[in-house]
Each structure stands twice: as structure tokens, then as C-alpha cells.
Design a protein around this ligand. Structure first.
Ligand SMILES: [Zn+2]
Length: 598
């Protein structure tokens, strides 16, 4: 009988053999490790700049960084092993120069765009033709931001040359180093290999998850490239489908326009937590304008509307496409509602304050790739604004400058609302610095003066937003106008846990969904419109408490405009008598009504 025994003394030998590529090719290994993890390591600066991150968040980000560092080590190890096995000087140099190239690109993107390589930047780079790129690179190389990168690249080449020369001749003799390297390299490389095996095969689901957590800091170059590639592919995949679906609108004859004129204004807010609005019962007076309009009978407050998503791009696509998510419809297979208005003879104006917001994140990449796609712009809008503004009031003022009433018009105002950081969403003048930490009677363990200040900022931004709405009502008060206002999704500002924004909370989905997916939605009618349309006012009154989802906003808009279109389905129009609320799925995961009934 054969005996299988493990000779303990041989384990040391295996470990040494395993670590040999690191030991023999240390400069190359370190160079690749740095090149691949540099972007993630530079994110530490962002982590340090965050104000009041929770411990949980910091630990989570550090864990991501550590994992990705191991993955980088694993790839650096494989390349060093290749150089070690083939043993040719030219290969070592080829690999080293490639690593320095990767590092140079990383530094270039960091200093030029202030971020890591993102799908948006990758798209720009991909769409730049070679002649342009060369000319651009030459200009960049001699610019003030370009020079430090060039210096760093040259320094890396010189450093590698010296380190490699020294290491190949002298260092492998130092035995103390060997043991240390073996002890260090073996577990790190194995951890990286484990991460790679665990995330294999690379599925869409996995990358989708990575993409949803794209704000994660410390992502290594390989994962980052995969995410960029996935998102670019995803956008490429969906936008042409949406363009084709939207083009179909024009293949049918235009529906007749009603003789009554109408200005339909759609205001899309941002990160507005429904329960922070006093019209929804908040304890501080954050919405005096909305309240005054409600009391005057011009404003209907829809009390039970949720957004199916908590990301801007997904929420906006769902609300502007004529699909119905509850049917498992893909948003891109249905036309965007703006095209139906335009084809019906409405003049469509799109004034957006998020054209340049959060550049470099996948949200904007996905959304703006659609909203400002050249074909979509031609099919959907007649007029667009040209620039972003610091505050939403400036956007409204800019629209007012371009306001030329016509018989039938759809005006879309896309605000920045209360988006993180709320502190930056309103002017810090005495008029707007209304709420202070003294206004809150909160005693949870995570509450401190800074947290209270952030909540106050959010509520001040909400009150500022309310005044912006007041300006919008004023602007359209003297014509036949309806203003529909809703937020793309909610947000969290330490409402029930030590968290801000839209982090996941699998332990308490009910509260997470309450703060992140319940949104405010109101419909305002101008005095002339009310005088001429009792029927619409009555329909609104009846619909106020109906359950709804922002996914079917397009149906409500078509219904209000009375556009007869094959894309209109009264059963999905909250204001229609035939309305039947579809199943309200949120985040593709929870049945909202079931979750709230728990
Ligand atoms: Zn948003």
C-alpha cells in the first residue's frame, strides 16, 4: 500500500519556488504592482477628503482597496513569472515599459480629468481619431499639467533601470530579503488568485454589481478596465435601441393637435427625500411655496408615488421612456415621450442642469449618452440650454430669458436639486441659511454637531428648491400651463442610520426604500388653466392618493396633453379613470407594497 505523506521540509522549498519570480524580478514585480494599483492608491486622497464618513464606509472602502491590491499583485506576479521563466533581458524591458505606459495613462487621466479612467473618458478617447489624438497629446505633454506626468514617466524609466541593474547583480544574494519576500508574496498573491477565481466567470451580473458600486474607491486598473468596457458596451447596446424605438414615432402620421393651447412643464428634481418636505408632514417649514399653492387650490400633492430606481440614469430612463417596467419591458424598446410630443406639434425645450454634473461617473455617462445623443436631440427637442449653472434658480432664470410662449409646448427643467453635497446646492446668504443644528432634537448615537449641520444643509437646500419651484410657477402663471414636479429618486441624510446618500442596506430594506425610493410628486395648474379646465382639476383631485410609480410618468404627461397616440395606455395613466396601478417593483428586488406591509 502506498503511503501518501507530506514532507514538511519540502513546503519551504515550494514556497521558495513559488516566490522565485518575485525574488528574482522584484523591480519588475513592484513596477507592475504600482502601475496596476496606482489609481486605487491615489483614491486614498479622496477618502481623506471625505467629510464625516462613517467607520463602516471607511472599512468597506479599505477592504475593496486591499482586495484589489491583491488582484494587482497576482497579475504583477504572473508577468514577473513570465519574465523569470523566459529569462530574456528584452522581455523584462518590454514588460517594464508597458507597465510605465499604464502608469503614465493613469497619471494623465488623474491630473487631466481629476479621476481614474472612467467609461466616459474611455469613450472620449475611443472616439478621438489618431491625428487629433497625436496633436492633443503633444499639446498636453508641454502643458503645466502634462509636464509632471512626463517627469514621472522618465523618472520611472530611470528608477527601473537602476533598480533592475542593482537587483540582478547584487541583491539576490541577500538571503534575509528572500525569506521576507517569500512570507509577503505567497499569501498576497494567493489572495489575489482567490479573488480572481471567486469572481470568475466574469458575468454581466458581477460587473453590473461593480458598476453600481462604482463610487467605490481603490479600484485596481484591471477591474476598472473591465467596468469601463462593460459600461461602454452596455451604453452602446441600449442607446441605439432607444434611438431606433424613438425614430418609429415619426413613421406614423402626426396626431391632431387640440385647439386649446397648453404649456406642459415637467420639472425633474434630484435626490429629494419625500419625508423632508413639509407638505408631506416634515416638522420644519421646508416647503412654504408648495404649501401656499396647495392652500390656494392650485397644487395637487400626489401622496403615494415611488421611483423604481435609486440611480439617476435608471430612474430617468424609466420615467421618460413609454415602457412599463411591471410588464418586464425594456425601457429602450419603447420611444422616449419627448419625441411623441415633438411629433404631435409641441415645441420641446430641454433645460438641464446636469449636462456636466458628476462628469466621470457612470450615472452621467449612461444618462447623458442618451439625453444628449445627437439623434435623440434631433428627435426629441427643439431647443436646449447650453451650459450648467451653480444653482437651479440660475437655470430657471436662463430659461426665462429664452421663454417665448407658443401654442403647444413641453418644457423640461432638469434640476440639480438636493444632490450630494446639499451644502453646495443653495447660496449661503442669510436668506437661505435658515435651519441650523439647533432645529433638531436627535439623540441617536451617531448624531453629532457635524451630522446635524449636514441635515440642516439638506433642509436649507430643500427650502431653496421650494423657492425655485415658486419662481417656476410665477413664470408660467399667466398662460394655460400645468407644471408636473417630481424627483428622480430620494436620498438619505442620516434619517435612520449613520449613512448619507444611497448606500445599500440589506438589513433594513423597508427604511432604505422609504428614504431612497419614496419621492415627492406634485401637479400645479395655472389660474387660467384652472378656470378653463374643471375636468382636469377634478381628475387631479381624485388621483392624489392613488398609488403610482414614476416609471409611468410618460403616460400621465400624454394624458394631460390629450395626445392620442398608440403609445398611450390609459390603464397606466394615474389621472385616468381606467388607471390600475401595476405591481410596484423597486430596485428590481422588492415589491414596494409588500415590503411596506411588513
Ligand atoms: Zn438622481
Amino acid at each position: 500500500m502506498t503511503q501518501y505523506t507530506i514532507d514538511i521540509s519540502r513546503i519551504g522549498g515550494w514556497a521558495k519556488a513559488f516566490a522565485a519570480p518575485v525574488v528574482k524580478q522584484l523591480p519588475l514585480f513592484v513596477l507592475w504592482l504600482v502601475a496596476l494599483s496606482l489609481g486605487g492608491l491615489l483614491d486614498i486622497q479622496r477618502l481623506l477628503n471625505l467629510e464625516f464618513p462613517s467607520i463602516q464606509y471607511v472599512l468597506g472602502q479599505l477592504r475593496v482597496m486591499a482586495y484589489n491590491l491583491c488582484l494587482s499583485a497576482m497579475v504583477a506576479y504572473s508577468l514577473s513569472a513570465l519574465a523569470h521563466m523566459i529569462g530574456k533581458q528584452w522581455l523584462r524591458w518590454l514588460l517594464a515599459l508597458t507597465a510605465i505606459g499604464v502608469m503614465g495613462v493613469c497619471l494623465f487621466v488623474r491630473y487631466h480629468y481629476g479621476t481614474r479612467l472612467t467609461p466616459e473618458i474611455a469613450t472620449v478617447i475611443r472616439e478621438t481619431n489618431r491625428a487629433e489624438a497625436t496633436e492633443y497629446l503633444m499639446t498636453y505633454v508641454f502643458s503645466s499639467t502634462g509636464l509632471p506626468v512626463v517627469v514621472a514617466v522618465v523618472a520611472a524609466v530611470v528608477a527601473f533601470m537602476l533598480a533592475d541593474y542593482w537587483w540582478q547583480r547584487w541583491a539576490p544574494a541577500a538571503r534575509g530579503w528572500h525569506a521576507a519576500l517569500v512570507l509577503l508574496a505567497v499569501p498576497i498573491v494567493l489572495l489575489g488568485a482567490a479573488k480572481m477565481v471567486l469572481s470568475w466567470p466574469i458575468t454581466d451580473g458581477l460587473l453590473q454589481r461593480e458598476r453600481n458600486h462604482y463610487e467605490n474607491l481603490g479600484v485596481d486598473a484591471i477591474t476598472n478596465l473591465m467596468i469601463c468596457n462593460y459600461v461602454m458596451h452596455h451604453v452602446d447596446d441600449q442607446v441605439p435601441v432607444s434611438v431606433a424605438s424613438t425614430e418609429k414615432v415619426y413613421k406614423r402620421p402626426a396626431p391632431p393637435l387640440s385647439s386649446d393651447s397648453l404649456t406642459l412643464v415637467l420639472v425633474i428634481g434630484e435626490s429629494y427625500i419625500k419625508s423632508h418636505a413639509s407638505v408631506y408632514g416634515y416638522h420644519l417649514p421646508t416647503t412654504p411655496c408648495l404649501q401656499a399653492e396647495r392652500d390656494a387650490g392650485r397644487l395637487t400633492i400626489m401622496t403615494d408615488v415611488v421611483s423604481p430606481y435609486h440611480y439617476t440614469n435608471m430612474a430617468m430612463r424609466a420615467m421618460l421612456s413609454t415602457s412599463n417596467e411591471a410588464d418586464g419591458d425594456k425601457w429602450s424598446r419603447h420611444p422616449l415621450v419627448m419625441a411623441i410630443f415633438k411629433h404631435a406639434g409641441y415645441r420641446v425645450s430641454m433645460w438641464g442642469n446636469q449636462r456636466e454634473l458628476m462628469q466621470g461617473t457612470t450615472n452621467t455617462q449612461g444618462l447623458n449618452a442618451l439625453m444628449y445623443h445627437p439623434r435623440i436631440m434631433a428627435l426629441c427637442y427643439d431647443r436646449l440650454n447650453t451650459r450648467n449653472f451653480e444653482y437651479d434658480d440660475q437655470l430657471v432664470k436662463d430659461y426665462a430669458l429664452h421663454d417665448q410662449p407658443v401654442g403647444h409646448e413641453l418644457v423640461i427643467l432638469h434640476l440639480r436639486g438636493q444632490h450630494i453635497k446639499a451644502e453646495r446646492r443653495y447660496p449661503h446668504t442669510t436668506q437661505w441659511l435658515k435651519f441650523t443644528p439647533a432645529d433638531y432634537n436627535r439623540h441617536e448615537p451617531y448624531i453629532n454637531a457635524d451630522v446635524l449641520q449636514q441635515i440642516a444643509h439638506y433642509d436649507n437646500a430643500t427650502r431653496y428648491n421650494d423657492a425655485v419651484m415658486g419662481e417656476i410657477f410665477k413664470l408660467f402663471a399667466h398662460r394655460q400651463a400645468i407644471v408636473v414636479y417630481l424627483s428622480d429618486h430620494g436620498d438619505e441624510i442620516y434619517d435612520y442610520r449613520n449613512s448619507i446618500g444611497r448606500c445599500d442596506d440589506a438589513d433594513n430594506p423597508k427604511l432604505m426604500v422609504k428614504y431612497q425610493n419614496e419621492i415627492p410628486m406634485v401637479v400645479w395648474c395655472s389660474p387660467p388653466f384652472m378656470a378653463a379646465h374643471d375636468d382636469v382639476v377634478e381628475r387631479l383631485r381624485r388621483a392624489a392618493s392613488r398609488p403610482g410609480t414614476t416609471d409611468n410618468l410618460s403616460q400621465l404627461l400624454l394624458g394631460l396633453a390629450g395626445i392620442s397616440s398608440p403609445y398611450y395606455d390609459a390603464r397606466l395613466d394615474m389621472l385616468a379613470p381606467e388607471y390600475k396601478c401595476p405591481r410596484r417593483m423597486v430596485r428590481n428586488r422588492y415589491d414596494y407594497d409588500q415590503l411596506m406591509a411588513q
